[in-house]
Write a protein that binds this ligand. Structure first.
Ligand code: C2O
Ligand code: CU
Length: 569
């Protein structure tokens, strides 16, 4: 694999008091080297050179136990600066290693290196890492496996085997050149040419049969799939022919098991799924196909892998195919998503914030920006854009964390991200007389340490094709206490909140023309990015920053910066 896991135990001992019981856990420190390098890959009948970690696509899996710390030395032997983000790792007090480019650090320049300190806390299950610079995450990503702490087990019977399943996007063109061109012309970036499972498009694409990913299974055994949606711009329906799935965790937190024939997973999300090989000895497709509720043009293709039973039998000429919801089936998507509830057991308790001190209401829109001489390529001569509270995020030249920490007053960012949209209208109704144009800015929302925050995200119908949005927050797992369609009603909708066992997640599906309410306690000081995990929307400005200020005590304050941070140029 090329991953060097020195993985030695430094003999760190952690103590944890649980109900008066003293548990003694050996927390480990793991070391990995990530070499960013160009490598040649052949897919869909053509070969291209692309940026990878250690020459592999998807990149290496890194693994630890709950509460461990990982040091990942990123050695950039590529052609341009890059950063890496540890998606879903809260990084308590440690925004220095969070990764989003020009938010918490400047890029690791070609020919240099930087060591990330990835501090795990209560995450348990599957997360992932990915590049967080322009669109480099298309080829630079991999899984993070977080096993239960030593001496503890899964809250379900131990599976016979585990397998990481990474859903990805494949572009025939050079992704970096493609996105730079789209930004320069204000146009919509191209669709991907294929979806992939573990780096392979599968049998339904040209020149792909020989390399389709295959999962051998033994009859009667149960397997744990750690599924990561690393796709760039589309949510996905996923299933395995003839086999039921049992979803047991999402975003590295356990949920009440859901039995289902398919899942819907948004870019950024991770799901741990059990299935038992209890069908006739044969070959069965697992398949992943886009769910696109805007109904506008999208890559309407399906990636497949094959579950192959071991034993003596004559395999069918073509494996069985799963029946998945149709690509625009909103009802099936929401039927699945609405079943997700925290496990909320004694071993895995939750603590839903009840007394809210800070309420923030954020509209999520697709927009336009004016373009010099009306010469841009959006179709109207304007520039494609997107916004939160009608502010299209402009990425600063120097990272916001550094500017904040060093109190630089050079206008890197403003502290006045608004707590509600600039004006109210029927967000999810006929918006034909509401302009599509948005303001632009680099604005952060300041939050005091310890505030108890509720954010209501409100989709709008601005733009020619409203869609759902996978909204992701760095630095926290938060409770998804409610979702619904239409405009949020702040009197009636809170009455239907789930304050008993809401899911604890880092990425949500904000339904098309609907709302979602999330809650968290601001107990993690730092600079934390929030954005749509559709790369296209994030590029267009569907992003903002929360700055949680230090509390009174040292253990409520940001860690000091590491001795070396990549310089900004
Ligand atoms: Cu998956 Cu800003 O991240
Ligand atoms: Cu979006």
């Amino acid at each position: 694999m090329g991953t060097k896991n020195v993985g030695f135990i430094l003999g760190l001992i952690g103590f944890l008091f649980l109900d008066g019981l003293l548990l003694c856990m050996a927390l480990q420190v793991h070391h990995y080297d990530f070499v960013l390098q160009e490598a040649n890959f052949t897919r869909l009948c053509s070969t291209k050179s692309m940026l990878t970690v250690n020459g592999s696509f998807p990149g290496p899996t890194i693994q630890a136990r709950r509460g461990d710390t990982m040091y990942v030395n990123v050695i950039n032997q590529g052609r341009y600066g890059v950063t890496i983000h540890w998606h879903g790792v809260k990084q308590p007090r440690n925004p220095w290693s969070d990764g989003p480019e020009n938010i918490t650090q400047c890029p690791i320049a070609a020919g240099t290196n930087f060591t990330y300190e990835v501090i795990l806390s209560d995450e348990e299950g599957t997360l992932w890492w990915h590049a967080h610079s322009d669109w480099t995450r298309a080829t630079v990503h991999g899984a993070i496996i977080i096993l239960p702490a030593a001496g503890t087990t899964y809250p379900f019977s131990t599976p016979y085997k585990e397998q990481t399943i990474i859903l990805g996007s494949w572009f025939k063109a050079d992704v970096m050149a493609m996105i730079q061109n789209a930004i320069a012309t204000g146009s919509t970036p191209s669709n991907s040419d294929a979806f992939t499972i573990n780096g392979q498009p599968g049998d339904l694409y040209e020149c792909s049969n020989d390399t389709t990913y295959r999962l051998p299974v033994e009859s009667g055994k149960t397997y744990l799939l750690r599924i990561v949606n690393a796709v760039m711009n589309e949510e996905q329906f996923f299933g395995i022919a003839n086999h039921n799935l049992t979803v047991v965790a999402q975003d590295a937190a356990y949920i009440k098991p859901i039995n289902t024939s398919y899942i819907m997973i948004t870019p950024g999300q991770t799901m741990d799924v059990l299935f038992t090989a209890n069908q006739n000895l044969s070959h069965y497709y697992m398949a992943s196909t886009p769910y696109v509720d805007s109904g506008i043009l999208f890559p309407n293709t399906t990636t497949t892998a094959i579950v192959e039973y071991e034993g003596n039998y004559s395999a069918p000429s073509s494996p069985f195919f799963p029946s998945l919801p149709s690509n625009t089936d909103i009802t099936s998507a929401l039927n699945f998503t609405n079943q997700i509830k925290s496990l909320a057991s004694n071993e895995h308790p939750i603590n839903v914030p009840k007394n809210i001190s800070t309420r923030i209401y954020i509209t999520v829109s697709l927009n336009l920006l004016l373009c010099a001489n009306g010469s841009c390529d959006s179709g109207t001569g304007d520039r494609q854009a997107a916004s939160l509270n009608n502010i299209s995020f402009a990425t600063p030249q120097i990272d916001i964390l550094q500017a904040y920490y060093r109190n630089l007053t050079n206008g890197t960012f403003d502290r006045d991200f608004p707590s509600e949209p600039p004006f109210f209208f029927n967000f999810t109704g006929d918006v034909s007389n509401v302009g599509a144009f948005t303001a632009q800015g680099t604005k952060a929302r300041m939050i005091n340490y310890g505030e108890v925050v509720e954010i209501v995200l409100q989709g709008t119908n601005i733009g020619n094709a409203p869609s759902s949005h996978p909204i992701h927050l760095h630095g926290f797992s938060f409770y998804l206490v409610g979702t619904g369609s239409g405009n949020f009603n702040n009197v009636t909708d809170p009455l239907s909140y789930n304050l008993v066992d809401p899911p604890v997640v880092n990425t949500i599906n904000l339904p098309r023309s609907g709302w979602a309410a999330i809650r968290f306690s601001a107990d993690n000081p730092g600079v934390w990015f929030m954005h749509c995990h559709f790369e296209r929307h994030s590029t267009w400005g569907m992003d903002t920053v929360f700055i949680v200020q230090n509390g009174r005590y040292q253990n409520q304050s940001m860690l000091p910066p590491p001795a070396y941070m990549p310089p900004c140029y």
